[in-house]
Design a protein around this ligand. Structure first.
Ligand SMILES: Cc1ncc(COP(=O)(O)O)c(C=O)c1O
Length: 317
């Protein structure tokens, strides 16, 4: 008797149909993932998240080279042999964006260990795969508002210490920590989790970095506090410098945030998003958050290829 063919599950997400997969553009339906894919079981993959924004000259892939440099650094930590140069990977992103003319997109490069043995040193037995996929994405938190604000809750999950999982490495397995924190935050009715580090200070959100403003000075922390030092964080620090906003990079506590004049979070998905509440405490926001507004404006310009950094930050696809 012929075995019934298992039904291929239809993707529940709005992914553009063409991927770059192991060196060429293929249709989504052609990408087979083996059930014994090492990364599926053990999180042995690394990834990036970028955005492409509409400009008058075409789509601006924002800070492409910086993202792909981080991708290669993350891969090296996990002994993932990515057989492509930085230039080839950047070109793979450009090709994937061009192949899917669906407007502004989120771009997801991923490198992972495929099917091999069961050993936890996959570089010794499992092949490396690399792909780039894109999907349409508007505001991550917005629900349609142009300048959304978010409500944060302090997570009961501690940010994994870098001594266990290096926070500067964007690896799939590290995100189990963020999944726990974000799931808890959503179950409490909040938009995002604030994670404390091993010192009890604030590290970052489940998928974004944290800034606050006090007395006109912009404050944030750095990798010593177990954060992923985001590319958006770096962009905001450069923009603040250009705008003449004083900056202090120091560890900070929950009390600093609760006493701040303004709080916002940054990330490729989150962009620059104001915070209006932390666990019931109201944070000044909207018209009261002038520094946030200036940085949001400058960020919105930069990602659309305007401003003095455009040549450095925008790759037109
Ligand atoms: C844990 C974490 N921190 C910070 C960020 C912000 O990083 P970036 O600005 O490079 O997107 C992200 C986003 O990927 C993240 O997942």
């Amino acid at each position: 008797m012929a075995m019934a063919q298992p039904k291929r599950p239809q993707p529940a997400v709005d992914v553009a149909p063409l991927y770059w997969y192991d060196g060429g553009i293929v249709d989504q339906a052609e990408v087979e993932i083996h059930p014994f894919t090492h990364a599926l079981h053990y999180g042995s993959g690394v990834f990036e998240g970028l955005r492409a924004y509409q400009t008058e000259r075409g789509l601006c892939i924002f800070r492409l080279r910086d993202h792909m440099e981080r991708f290669l650094r993350s891969a090296a930590t996990y002994h993932l042999a990515v057989d492509y140069t930085l230039e080839q990977l950047c070109q793979a992103v450009v090709r994937t964006v061009r192949a899917n003319p669906v407007g502004e997109v989120y771009v997801r490069p991923l490198a992972w260990f495929g099917a091999g043995g069961l050993s936890l040193a996959p570089y010794s037995h499992a092949p490396t795969h690399v792909m780039v996929a894109v999907r349409p994405l508007g505001g991550y938190f917005s629900g349609g508002d142009e300048r959304p604000t978010v409500r944060l809750t302090v997570s009961s999950w501690q940010k994994s210490p870098s001594e266990s999982l290096p926070s500067t490495v964007k690896a799939s397995g590290h995100y189990a920590n963020s999944v726990l924190a974000m799931s808890e935050a959503m179950s409490r009715g909040y938009d995002e989790a604030l994670m404390r580090n091993k010192y009890g200070r604030i590290a970052e959100g489940s998928g974004d970095n944290v800034f606050f403003v006090r007395g006109g000075t912009l404050h944030t922390n750095d990798a010593g506090e177990d954060i992923l030092p985001g590319i958006t964080r770096g962009t905001v620090l450069e923009l603040a410098d250009r705008l003449g906003i004083p900056v202090s990079v120091e560890p900070f506590s929950l009390e600093d945030l609760l006493g701040a004049d303004e709080v916002f979070i940054t990330g490729t998905a989150a962009e620059v998003t104001g915070v209006r509440e932390i666990d019931g405490a109201v944070i000044p926001h909207g018209a009261q958050a002038q520094v946030t507004a200036r940085l949001q404006e400058a960020y919105g310009q930069a990602v659309r290829g305007k401003g003095p950094e455009a040549a450095r930050w925008c790759t037109i696809a």
